[in-house]
Design a protein around this ligand. Structure first.
Ligand code: ADP
Length: 578
């Protein structure tokens, strides 16, 4: 309870700007509930002073009740739901924006160990649960609970016989509801297990569609999927059956109770215990009392439990409890030339396995430097550390003679671009992908960047040219085209340092030479670091660094290294020249 209140307060902070909607919603619900209980009773009590005519009493009380009920549906429809929608939409938006910003600040190391599905869940499902608990979902249950308690209380005040009758009805309906929940609960556990199995199979189907086809395993996979879907549906059907049976029993009982109530009221009127007007007011409470109040209480509790779980999951990200956040220094450097240095850098992705071990090297502005070494030796890691995707365990990385730990995010990330082997291209048009790095991009700049990246001819041949949507993760582009689009992006970003991971996969010669040309177009103006796999790339470099045993074991030009360095010679013979 304490936790729920604490969480409500916190979530409210995100919907504070929509508090008018929230208050209007509460007002409508509370006022309609109170009016529904008090007004019929009040009217029934007062009417006897105005008229002694039985039919007139009947007509006026019925009319008042009709108007009250019409008001309630009006209030519920127009105020509550509409206001709830506004509150919900705004609060979810604020929560999602805040979450998005925080997710972007999470340390890469933590992201490596977390499935992206977790973030999607928190971003979409949890934020909605958080807002809707305070909004209509939670309030609707509370409304029914209050209506029931209020009606029982009012009946208690008016007439004890009817109160006892109502109490008995309430108890019987509660017992029935509990039985239904118990029976449904047992099947529900089995249903959820099956649902989880089906959804994991479906996600495997989507992720592994290519491999399933290649293995020619469509049939066996589909048989497995069908078996699970069938079992899941059987459980769903069983649950539906329990539901139907109980709905039938409860509805029949409700009709019988209503009949019993009418007979009881007639008996009370006949014996002059109550007036007709009071009898109508009492009859009107039946809908409040015959709601399955236990259902609403347990649903509300369940909702509160889920609300707290969702809050925990979302707030743990916002409060840095589960994931650590990236930290940056405060210093901002304006005029980055592209000089940097690794000084005694040691790093491992986990504590007990060093990838870089006391590594030292220096790179001057506008140099083009190739890194070579066996696969897994730590070349990409050097790039990751330079961008501060991970932090060094010991030693320091200096950018323009300043430790990067002292520099702000903009100085580091705003001056470096990584062009990976498979760069991420967003599911937007080519133009919009480029606009991501330069909002005020002109058509002329866009064409120039694509020309430098040797991509212009390809784009001009596309049906929608620069407006062509590239599909999820740039699916319509080949690996080489993605790299060239990333080169155009880097050129527009005007970052001084470009880190280029040359593709190991066999790009066709033409694509390869176009990438080569695109890189050469940037030479001398940018500091370019290349994880090099091809002789043609290496020959273009000002110097080449050999990465071995976590260190730079040798530095030189291709001619120098081929004549003196065994590792380099071996690489040239095998991997490098592939
Ligand atoms: P290279 O680029 O030279 O092929 P990497 O720098 O990618 O090598 O990797 C160096 C070592 O670090 C490898 O043993 C690799 O398995 C490991 N490694 C790379 N990335 C991660 C990561 N995110 N988490 C854990 N280990 C990693």
């Amino acid at each position: 309870m304490k936790e729920t209140i604490k969480n409500i307060r916190r979530v409210y902070q995100y919907g504070k700007e929509y508090r008018k909607n929230l208050f209007e919603m509460f007002f409508a619900v509370i006022s309609s509930t109170i009016i529904n209980i008090i007004l019929p009773l009040f009217t029934a009590k007062q009417i006897v002073y105005f008229t002694s005519n039985l039919w007139q009493q009947l007509l006026i009380v019925s009319l008042v009740i009709f108007v009250v009920q019409a008001y309630i549906s009006f209030a519920a429809m127009f105020f509550t739901r509409r206001n709830s929608q506004h509150f919900l939409r705004g609060t979810i938006k604020n929560l999602q924006i805040r979450l998005g910003k925080e997710i972007l600040r999470i340390n890469q190391k933590d992201l490596d160990n977390t499935s992206s599905g977790i973030f999607t869940q928190r971003m979409i499902n949890d934020t909605e649960k958080m807002a809707s608990f305070i909004g209509w979902d939670g309030l609707d249950h509370l409304r029914h609970i209050f209506a029931n308690i209020g009606a029982l209380f009012a009946t208690f005040v008016i007439n004890r016989q009817v109160f006892i009758y109502y109490l008995m009805v309430s108890i019987i309906l509660t017992i029935l509801y509990n039985n239904k929940t118990k029976r449904k609960g047992e099947i529900d556990v089995q249903f959820r297990n099956k649902t989880e199995k089906v959804s994991s199979l479906i996600s495997e189907l989507i992720r592994g569609v290519r491999d399933i086809k290649m293995l020619n395993a469509q049939n066996s996979f589909m048989v497995k999927l069908e078996e699970n879907i069938t079992e899941q549906n059987e459980k769903r059907f069983e649950m539906g059956k329990v539901n139907r049976t109980y709905v039938y029993i409860i509805d029949t009982l409700k009709a019988l109770f209503e009949l019993g109530l009418i007979l009881l009221l007639i008996y009370l009127i006949k014996n002059n215990i109550i007036t007709v007007a009071i009898a109508i007011a009492l009859f009107n409470y039946k809908s409040g009392i015959m709601t399955l109040v236990m259902e609403h209480i347990s649903s509300y509790m369940e909702l509160a439990k889920n609300f707290n779980i969702s809050c925990d999951r979302v707030f743990s990200i916002l409060d840095n409890k589960t994931f650590t956040k990236e930290t940056f220094g405060k210093k901002h450097l304006e005029d980055i030339k592209g000089n940097f240095e690794f000084r005694n850098v040691t790093f491992g992705y986990n504590e007990n396995k060093k990838v870089l071990d006391n590594m030292n090297f220096k790179i001057n502005a506008c140099e083009m430097v190739g890194f070579v070494g066996k696969s897994g030796v730590g070349k990409t890691t050097i790039f990751n550390l330079l961008c501060k995707m991970y932090s060094v365990q010991s030693g320091e990385i200096l950018l323009e003679n300043t430790n990067i730990n002292e520099l702000d995010e903009d100085t580091i990330r705003g001056n470096m671009t990584i062009i990976s082997q498979n760069p991420y291209i967003f599911n937007l048009s080519i133009k919009d992908n480029l606009k991501l790095v330069k909002e005020d991009l002109t058509d002329e700049e866009m064409r120039k960047a694509c020309k430098i990246a040797c991509l212009d001819e390809f784009i001009e041949e596309l049906p929608n040219k620069y407006d062509t949507i590239v599909g999820e993760a740039g699916v319509i582009l080949s690996g080489g085209q993605k790299q060239r689009l990333a080169i155009a992006r880097a050129f527009l970003q005007k970052t001084k340092i470009i880190l280029f991971d040359e593709a190991t996969s066999s790009l066709d010669n033409e694509t390869q030479s176009e990438i080569q040309k695109a890189i050469s177009n940037l030479k001398n103006e940018y500091t370019i670091l290349i994880i090099a796999h091809r002789l043609s790339t290496i020959i273009n470099c000002n110097k080449i660094m050999v990465v071995e045993d976590g260190k730079i074991s040798d530095i030189g030009t291709h001619e120098e290294l081929i004549s003196r360095n065994y590792t380099y010679q071996a690489l040239c013979k095998t991997e490098l020249l592939k």
